[in-house]
Design a protein around this ligand. Structure first.
Ligand code: ZN
Length: 505
């Protein structure tokens, strides 16, 4: 049996379905490029028929990202499949991922079809997809609540029709590791042709078991795991891929399996996804949380200092967290700056490098020691992938305990400097009202979060905002970084507004 587990990333499809998350085309491309660097085997870039935006994103990833299979989702009908193929056709390797529900509860209430009709639709869909590409994945939605003998029949038929990957998802996050392993084993043993295809699993985390269920399924013979970075996705999310990967990697003695992942890219991928989706990673999150490698107890610290493996089963370098934290300061030159960024994996063009370096110099005046996290924040903040319609030129705030908070702001829009002032309930509110006055947009602030990037009084403040505009249901995420949290707040808001304007064009 094959000892490689294929990693199928659905951050851009299922992950993007997380409530409150909406990525634009450039953000999706940025994530896709990083996923390719991470070494995932398949990127599910979207569900092309659902919207022109999804279509465009799948098409852009298919055209641009190399060294990875690009998948597009399609229901089991010709229209969906044709549309998926249109988006995928320029991919180096394209996969059509088609699905239909198989549980009685879905058949009765959602599809209003009987079991035979569902088999017919599935077979026809796979045959149709097969005309376009040899790589066709079939998913039985809500498989874990479907009759296992019925699944064996439908899988047998779609394999005959040409499916090369069979996905057995736990769509509703209901199963348990023991039950799921038994279930997968039964299906593998009782479906004709199963030895010739790849068995896949796709687990949701409603009971906190998505990763455990995925690994149990791998133990039972599954060789593809679907999931999302940081475990984002519908409801409680998908299996967190970084956990699945490090589980297989760290317990190779137990599973005896490998992946094609470059684990040192894990941390950066996690940060990028968190920053672009505006979904923070909890500090105690496995593998990528801020505290995942922090030892607090004296006994543990003592042990780790004497011998790391006393309390560490993985080390931070393995997932790309760089131990050498204090690197640059005021006197560091452009060359050292560029080298350090290269070590962190950023390759910037000349213009981007100039921008980031001048930003670094400003920061170095305020902050003595500049950590890698600061550098990452500068680069992520400075290198915008959409045109900035508005740029914050200056900001003046008057606030205190016995005055009405008032903001005066200048935003540059092309050649023009637009200035306004407004009062608010607090200084941040005053800033946002002023920005709205200038842009003429009336935005609703859906979420505001402030984090310190490193410790210390001179730490950079990292503000993420989510906003919505008028009738538009779509949410835009903006991020701003500065040692001054009001400036960071203003920048985050302006960033989200720029994305909104870009999207409306
Ligand atoms: Zn899902």
């Amino acid at each position: 049996m094959n000892n490689q587990v294929y990693i199928f990333d659905t951050t851009l499809r299922d992950g993007e379905q997380s409530p409150g998350v909406s990525l634009n085309l450039n953000e999706k491309l940025q994530i896709a490029r990083q996923l390719a660097r991470l070494g995932v085997d398949i990127i599910e870039a979207g569900f092309p028929i659902t919207s022109p935006g999804d279509f465009a994103a799948v098409q852009a990833v298919a055209k641009e990202v190399r060294g990875v299979t690009v998948a597009g989702l399609a229901r089991a009908n010709f229209k969906d499949i044709d549309r998926a193929w249109e988006a995928l056709k320029d991919a180096e390797q394209a996969r059509i991922h088609t699905f239909i529900a198989t549980s009685d509860i879905h058949l009765k209430y959602k599809l209003r079809k009987d079991r035979e009709q569902v088999i017919e639709a599935a077979v026809a869909a796979v045959k149709h997809a097969k005309k376009y590409t040899s790589d066709v994945e079939f998913s039985a939605e809500d498989a874990s609540r479907s009759d296992q003998n019925y699944l064996c029949r439908i899988f047998g038929e779609v394999i005959k029709a040409g499916a090369t990957v069979i996905n057995i998802p736990d769509t509703v996050g209901y199963t348990t590791p023991e039950e799921y392993a038994k279930f997968i084993r039964y299906i593998i043993e009782n479906t004709p042709g199963m030895d010739k295809i790849t068995v896949s699993v796709h687990c949701h985390d409603d009971l906190g078991l998505a990763v455990a269920n995925s690994l149990a399924a791998v133990g039972a013979g599954a060789r593809q795991v679907e999931g999302a970075i940081n475990g984002i996705g519908e409801r409680a999310g998908n299996a967190a891929l970084e956990e699945v990967i490090m589980g297989l990697h760290t317990r190779k003695d137990h599973y005896g399996l490998i992946t094609g992942i470059n684990t040192q890219e894990i941390y950066r991928t996690s940060r990028l996804v968190s920053s672009l989706t505006g979904m923070p990673v909890q500090p105690n999150k496995s593998v990528v949380g801020k505290n995942a490698f922090a030892h607090e107890s004296g006994i543990h610290q003592d042990g780790v200092l004497k011998e790391r493996t006393t309390y560490e089963i993985m080390n931070p370098e393995q997932v790309g967290i760089i131990a050498n934290n204090l690197v640059l300061g005021k006197h560091s030159g452009r060359h050292a700056f560029k080298d350090r960024l290269a070590e962190l994996g950023y390759s910037l063009n000349e213009e981007e490098l100039n921008l980031a370096f001048s930003r670094f110099k400003v920061l170095a005046d305020k902050k003595k020691e500049i950590a890698d996290q600061d550098l990452q924040a500068i680069v992520e903040d400075e290198i915008k992938h959409i045109p900035d319609t508005y740029v914050l030129e200056y900001l003046h705030i008057s606030t205190g305990t016995s005055v009405v908070p008032t903001a005066t702001l200048g935003l540059r829009c092309g050649e023009e400097l637009k200035e306004e002032a407004a009062c608010g309930d607090g200084p941040v509110d005053a800033i946002y009202k002023t920005v709205d006055k200038i842009t003429g947009l009336s935005c609703v602030l859906v979420n505001y979060a402030l984090n310190a990037i490193t410790g210390g009084k001179d730490a950079l403040g990292d503000v993420t905002v989510k906003l919505r505009c008028g009738e538009n249901e779509k949410i835009y995420t903006g991020r701003g970084i500065s040692t001054d949290i009001l400036e960071a707040s203003a920048k985050a808001y302006v960033n989200a507004v720029n994305k909104l304007i870009y999207d409306m064009k």
